[in-house]
Design a protein around this ligand. Sequence first.
Ligand code: BG6
Length: 483
Amino acid sequence: MVSRVIPVDPFDLVIFGATGDLARRKILPSLYRRFFGGQVPDEARIIGVARTELNDEQFREQVAEALKEFVDESKQSAEQIAAFLRCLHYVTIDATGETGWETLKALVRPDLVQAFYFSVAPELFGALADRLHNYGIAQADARIVVEKPFGRDLVSARALNDTLAAHFTESQIYRIDHYLGKETVQNLMAVRFANILFEPLWNAQYVDHVQITVAETVGVGGRGAYYDTSGAMRDMVQNHLMQLLCLIAMEPPYHFDPSAVRDEKLKVIRALDPLGPEDIVRGQYVGPNGASYRDDAGNPDSRTESYVALRCHVANWRWKGIPFYLRTGKKLRARTSEIAVVFKEPPHSIFDDATDWRENMLVIRLQPNEGMNLKMMIKEPGPGGMRLVQVPLDMSFADALGEEGADMPDAYERLIMDVIRGNQTLFMRGDEVEAAWAWTDPIIAGWEAAKTRPQPYDAGSSGPEDALMLMHRDGRRWREIRE
Ligand code: BG6
């Protein structure tokens, strides 16, 4: 199956923080892949901006190196890379200084789509926004792209929103949560709203519970200093896991457009019941299969969690009483992200020998091996009477869609193209981010006030014992963490 590529209009994209890690690993390789795929036109200008003194040629050399490292071999074409590099320019600017802005202004064409990517520390957002405005660089419909972390609590998120709002309207601001750019995450909406099969069952009457798992095998090594001030709650739950929860729990939007989708997601966040201490388990990894969290974080007394498991409720008509279990952690036994919707038992069994009875379950695998698996009961073959057995209706997107389907674009490819197209559906609105912080703030404040310590769990395990108990107490169990 060949996917359609619709080129975007010529544009100018300015990347502040162009020599940084995110630009090197994600933004520039993603732009190249879209160029290779025929979506970014030759006339596009990609203008790198950072404090480092570089000229265009030196910047292009740096980017060429990054492409070698981060672009798959199948897309390494000397000719295409050379053409892509010709789109690149560089301007040396210190965000808080006054030099270089006129040079930037001369490069950004006023009659094209303009996007300004703030791949810098949030403390610099204000300085950048002021100067883009004061030097008359950003047009009235210019787009501003900002990364997470969008604040570390409600107060700081509000302050960032206010900073941006001083010069830009909400319709110009693209807050990235890269999970929303993942193909399979977008597929959650397709599965729910493009099929009639699931929606009638998608409620408290038929669903027993939902499990959302984002398990990583990596630790925090290399990012320890940042991570230790953040922890899994701020780094993963407040954004990525809550977005997944929203897509699973939200009402059907009236249309697939930015306001409609984001209105519905916001309602889910606002409907979340507050959590009590019994609803949540924090963990921190310890050796022996590698360094402990505290070594990685460089903080021998750290109380920061590298794992969170929690049980929450969406207090509305659809989900009354149905628990949503969320968990995420570093240094777990496998890298896997999935959502399992576990259905209730049929109201009455007509079979005598139902000893092997298991619930229907829809598992949506987000990564790796993206696909869906619907677990169903059938009769076990053979003459031995009516015995039941659970079998999977298993679909991997790669098998179902062929080679092209297996070539999943990186989340950033989709998101950056959406910025250029002016489509905000997969970006977080300011009120959504604030609502998410309003829900997580009291949880974090509770830990801080009680000075609780996360429970240790072995690196390479499935997480702390108490996380298992969180579900056992409810007569349920987590799905195994495996690839
Ligand atoms: C980032 C977090 O937002 O997402 C990281 O800051 C985490 O800690 C990463 O590792 C996970 O993203 P992915 O795409 O690898 O699942």
